[in-house]
Design a protein around this ligand. Sequence first.
Ligand SMILES: C[S@@+](CC[C@H](N)C(=O)[O-])C[C@H]1O[C@@H](n2cnc3c(N)ncnc32)[C@H](O)[C@@H]1O
Length: 265
Amino acid sequence: MSERQTDGSALRHVSNIYYRGPHYDRRYATYTHDIDFWRDLAHDTGGPVLELAAGTGRLSLPLARLGLDVVGLDVAPSMIEQALAKRGPTGPPAFRVADMRSFDLGRRFALVMLACSSVCHLLDDADAVSCFTAVAAHLAPHGVFALDVATPAHEAARADGVLKDRFRYPDPATGADIAVRGRRRYDPATRILTDDMDYTFTADGRTEHAHRTSRMYTTDDLRPLLARAGLRLTRAYGDFDRTPPTEDSATQILLCAHDAPSPRS
Ligand SMILES: C[S@@+](CC[C@H](N)C(=O)[O-])C[C@H]1O[C@@H](n2cnc3c(N)ncnc32)[C@H](O)[C@@H]1O
């Protein structure tokens, strides 16, 4: 198996406390509403499954418990360390530190998934096409590439530039609360959303700053980028219960396939 290493630029966006494995898991402990959807989809494809931007294995781990061959890939070493700590000494899932914009695992998958709006880490068209091209190279001839992404209008509505309380969670080290205040801005011209957050450790008053940049995508934005990588949209849902998308949908769930299935397996 060969893998290209990340060039480091992706790490700039994730090397802060927001993407520190133990902190991510405490922060997202109650984010579970998407798990059944991904479990059902993975089960239907029968595997193998590749999860891009797999983080701490929040989804890869339950999918592997279905008995499927699962590989989780993420650029942030701290996230993969946490995934491995939860998994134990042997897989599945297998976890790899790699950049989703440029990876080569030397095999193909029945399902390639990019969950939890992680496509928003692709900050321009070139990054998106590069990632989708790598996806196409890893997708079995009749495989499914699936992603979910928050609807830009929904996210932009919350990006008012005002400093406010954002969230709290227990510090994995001490159990005392970490209180997060932040300011969110959105530039409609670039579709870039910027979060500046201050994490205050209530145990000792210490603070850590996290800067987070992400790019918003509509389904119509994604369609031509997928096409440039030889992928096409085959189905869209507006929620994890598989209801059709509407103007009010907070999320977009897209299923894609090869434009023309390749003869190679
Ligand atoms: C919102 S988290 C989602 C994690 C996991 N999929 C989940 O559902 O909990 C986004 C993840 O994308 C990863 N990420 C960001 N840029 C990446 C890149 N270029 N290649 C691979 N992973 C990346 C981050 O390290 C982070 O773990």
